[in-house]
Ligand binder design. Structure first.
Ligand SMILES: [Zn+2]
Length: 381
């Protein structure tokens, strides 16, 4: 989540049951593949599935938010390592590469020199080249001859703020911006959803998983994705970005997630109808719809929103956003609660649309630079 310019009972049984039912329904067995009604609810299997998810969430978070990943600074070697970690998981799940030339990585070059305002912001952090940024992209091809041309895009951002320069006045200060909530939590969610979707029966629609680099310094990874998408943008039915789901938001009921720009399209309400614990963003003043990578896609017309439970905690963009503050029960249930609704979306012919006035405008185009002087050119002809 980019900066703006301007203890509840965590275990959520409904989410757990939805997830368990979804996992059982997606188990790659002859039973699940057949048209017969699914087996009665198997609570032992459900508990195993949830235990597996919990382990996976803890393992991915432990890697991404470790001090040795140095806060995954945008366009640094550490962001690259996080991208490789995701790419390795995508490959081991049998997903198809979504980057160029059979790679899971999409590398792009940052502007050189960087914009002056960004250089000033980065001056507080360790000096790193900030020359290239990495996205990790994978594709799960759809199974339905008609629907496989339609794409559900699941995204998060790999990078965070990196390491601050030491302050001689505070020699013991923690300098590593681990970004456990922002956005190791979203990255972990996308990896876990990739695992669940890749190991069940094939979804009817194609699913693209994309983890962006350099979100925090202005969405450069998302821009690279838009410049060279693995599928034409017009094929993308919906994009769900996952941002900061590692802790519950006290502004909404326990076990609830919110969707930025909920009122802008028909996507949020329909997912809620399909069992998602999704509500309107309770912090409209924060303008979160504009503050993550979904906005770049939305401006291109893609129905793109961010799923979050960021409760405006004060660890946001501080070194204290680390693993010890993560509520793993909330986070695991948050991911589990989205499995059935996403699975419905991947198998349905239903398409969301913008509500009147909901589609964001492209940023105002800058006035054209002054062209040649109006006087006739002396050397004309
Ligand atoms: Zn952020």
């Amino acid at each position: 989540m980019r900066p703006t310019r301007s203890s509840r009972p965590a275990l959520h049984f409904q989410a757990v049951l939805f997830f368990a039912a979804a996992l059982i329904a997606t188990a790659p067995t002859a039973q699940a593949q057949s048209k017969k009604p699914s087996k009665p609810f198997d609570s032992a299997k459900a508990q195993t599935a949830l235990a597996d998810l919990t382990r996976e969430v803890r393992a991915d978070m432990a890697f991404l938010a470790d001090d040795d990943l140095h806060g995954r600074g945008s366009a640094t070697r550490d962001e690259h390592i996080a991208a490789l970690f995701a790419a390795s998981q995508f490959q081991s799940l049998g997903l198809e590469p979504g980057g160029p030339a059979g790679s899971y990585l999409q590398k792009s070059t940052l502007p050189d020199p960087l914009p002056e305002r960004l250089k000033q912001r980065l001056a507080r952090f360790e000096d790193t080249p900030h020359k290239e940024t990495w996205n990790a992209i994978a594709i799960l091809p759809g199974s339905d001859p008609k629907l496989k041309g339609e794409v559900i895009l699941l995204t998060a951002h790999l990078d965070h703020l990196g390491v601050a320069k030491p302050d001689p006045a505070k020699p013991d200060a923690d300098l590593i911006y681990n970004g456990a909530d922002d956005d190791a939590s979203g990255t972990t969610a996308v990896l876990a959803l990739a695992h669940v979707l890749a190991t069940g029966p094939r979804p009817k629609r194609t699913v693209v998983f994309a983890l962006f680099g350099s979100e925090e310094i202005g969405g450069f990874g998302a821009r690279a994705f838009l410049a060279a998408p693995p599928t034409p943008l017009t094929n993308i039915v919906a994009n769900l970005e996952f941002e900061m789901i590692g802790r519950p938001d006290p502004a909404v009921p326990a076990g609830t997630l919110w969707l930025t720009g909920y009122e802008r399209s028909t996507l949020g309400p329909e997912l809620a109808k399909q069992g998602a614990n999704l509500v309107q963003d309770p912090h409209p003043k924060e303008q979160f719809f504009q503050r993550s990578d979904n906005i770049a896609l939305a401006r291109q017309g893609v129905i793109a929103h961010t799923v979050s439970s960021f409760g405006l905690h004060t660890d946001y963009h501080h070194p204290s956003d680390d693993l010890s503050t993560i509520d793993f029960t909330h986070m695991t249930n948050a991911i589990a609660s989205m499995v059935t609704p996403i699975r419905w979306l991947t198998d349905s012919p239903w398409k969301p649309v913008w509500n009147p006035g909901g589609k964001p405008e492209l940023p105002a185009t800058r006035p054209a630079p002054p062209t040649a002087p109006q006087t006739p050119a002396r050397n004309a002809g």
